[in-house]
Design a protein around this ligand. Structure first.
Ligand SMILES: [Zn+2]
Length: 540
């Protein structure tokens, strides 16, 4: 035994002599962490060398860098990718970093088509995280049907302003208006938008089946996704499922990628099975959840009208509809009064039992989208605004990703699955759409972009609640974006802005305006409007 030990010692010594030690091979070195890669299932304690913004090496050998992080006891995971956030602003970045997010995208709403370039330009060089947006459907409708042109934010927060009128939600466009809507959206796709975002659930009367089909045809021509808040969301298990079936039938007929936004609603098990089976058949369709029982939206959402929310779905306002700012629950009367004063006031909507949340995290292949809401009012909010001075919001704003890690720990869900949900499960389908920046993210592999989140798997947790939605997550220690350290020891570093735009290269238009002649020629079908109207029957 002793002789063996001596021999082994000599062998190691001689090996050390042959391998020359090179000083500072890398810009940054992460030592002794548990490196996890959801694509290859690599899971081992190793050292990571970062150089020129990329993961240059993952090795068990000792390596040196200009800067060193000791990650002993920490998981070294791909940076978290949030495909669904409506708040991409400096005052949101600190809390996003505390929650481990290195890329935040607004795919469900996104930017107004003609303003997409401008949206990206505002953030370039000014963000610690990567950012991106799809092209929005309802903004195009607001401009064409309500004449809304007062673009202040160019993306989601403008929903609060453009939704005060109702034409965008309830009007059936004529064929000419339909073509105008598609042309607005097409401008954003030409400018490199990530796909089309449509919250058709807020426009269930105004948007025909034909309109959704034409949107998916358009995004499909570019090979890009539609991200949809389904037609009957939130609804019951039949409505929810029928809503996604609309999107998936179109995706199959058109070969167009599609994302089921926040399918954490009744019917989720059926929705999940539909997505899994379609992926098995080669379709690029996927879904995301946020791990909370309540949602959040504007008070004048059509599904909160008494006809739907109370009569059809059997909810009581007193138990399910809470004001974000005051914490008070609405009655039918107080809801009506507030609608007159502030129609788009933010509310919490309790819609699923707490017990369902763990189910969603058990479903492999699901991605996480926080659905972080814009903070209202946002006057004078900056990077430096203390957490406690931020207006209240749904806790998913601050805690969606840490919640997933905590719930996985508490319910014996494999850590690798949680790591995959928070990063790879968004990167993979977006990369498969030809989005190059996502083919090299969401993975801990040599050659990939060094977006890295390091957390303590034993203590990582969310702290935000419905009453205090802006409390930061804890246990996420260090975050690296494009090879640069942007958070160290839970302290986001001010003024370090390596965030990159996530978008497609500009391309020529692929839009072909719809004509009655075109339809006749192709399918011998001649709808009289942009919907499914039949001659002699007025759908408007
Ligand atoms: Zn939504």
């Amino acid at each position: 035994m002793n002789r063996l030990r001596v021999l082994l010692g000599l062998l190691i010594l001689s090996l050390m002599l042959v391998v020359p030690a090179v000083a500072a091979d890398y810009d940054l070195v992460i030592n002794n962490g548990r490196v996890m890669d959801p694509e290859t299932m690599y899971d081992a304690v190793a050292n990571v060398g970062v150089k020129d913004g990329k993961i240059a090496v993952i090795t068990k050998k000792k390596i040196t860098g200009k800067e060193t992080i000791d990650a002993k006891g920490l998981v070294v995971a791909p940076g978290f990718i949030d495909g669904h956030t409506h708040c991409i602003e400096p005052y949101a970045y600190r809390l996003a970093l505390r929650d481990g997010r290195t890329t935040i995208l607004d795919l469900e709403v996104g930017a107004h088509g003609p303003k997409l370039n401008e949206w990206y330009k505002r953030r370039e060089g000014n963000a610690p995280v990567n950012f991106g947006a799809s092209v929005n459907h309802e903004f195009a409708r607001a401009e064409v049907l309500d004449g809304f042109k007062d673009w202040k934010y160019l993306y989601s927060p403008d929903a609060i302003r453009s939704r005060i009128k109702q034409g965008w939600s309830k009007t059936r466009p004529t064929l000419e208006q339909g073509n105008q809507i598609l042309a607005h959206i097409d401008q954003g796709l030409q400018q490199g938008g990530l796909g089309i975002g449509s919250a058709v659930g807020y426009m269930r009367q105004g948007v025909s089946a034909r309109e959704i089909f034409e949107l998916q045809k358009l995004s499909g021509r570019y090979g890009r996704c539609i991200a949809m808040h389904f037609r009957y969301t939130p609804g019951d298990d039949v409505g929810e499922t029928n809503g996604i079936q609309e999107m998936l039938a179109n995706a199959a007929a058109l070969g167009a990628p599609a994302i089921a936004c926040h399918f954490n609603n009744p019917g989720y098990n059926m929705v999940h099975e539909l997505l899994v089976r379609m992926r098995e058949k080669g379709y690029n369709v996927w879904g995301e959840i946020y791990p909370y029982a309540a949602g959040s939206t504007a008070l004048n959402a059509v599904f909160l009208e008494p006809e739907v929310w109370v009569k059809t779905l059997g909810n009581k306002y007193e138990e399910t509809l809470q004001d974000v700012a005051t914490g008070e629950f609405y009655t039918q009367k107080s809801r009506e009064e507030m609608l007159k004063k502030e129609p788009t006031r933010l509310v919490l909507v309790y819609k699923t039992p707490e017990s369902a949340i763990v189910d969603w995290i058990k479903m492999p292949g699901v991605a996480i989208g926080s659905d972080a809401m814009p903070l209202i009012p946002d006057d004078n909010l900056t990077w430096d605004t203390p957490d406690e001075d931020l207006p209240n919001t749904h806790p998913r704003f601050s805690g969606a990703f840490a919640t997933v890690l905590r719930l996985a720990r508490e319910n014996n869900i494999p850590l690798m699955q949680a790591v995959s949900m928070t990063s790879y499960n968004y990167a993979k389908p977006l990369g498969d759409m030809g989005l190059k920046s996502m083919q090299v993210r969401g993975r801990m592999q040599e050659g990939m972009v060094a977006d890295i989140t390091m957390f303590d798997p034993e203590t990582v947790r969310d702290n935000a609640t419905y009453a205090k939605g802006t409390l930061p997550s804890t246990g996420i220690k260090h975050v690296i974006v494009n090879g640069k350290l942007v958070m160290k020891d839970q302290e986001p570093l001010k003024g370090v802005n390596p965030g990159q735009p996530i978008r497609f290269e500009p391309v020529k238009s692929k839009f072909e305006p719809l004509t009655i002649e075109g339809w006749n020629k192709a399918f011998y079908a001649s709808p009289v409007d942009f919907g499914g109207g039949v001659p002699g029957y007025d759908m408007h």
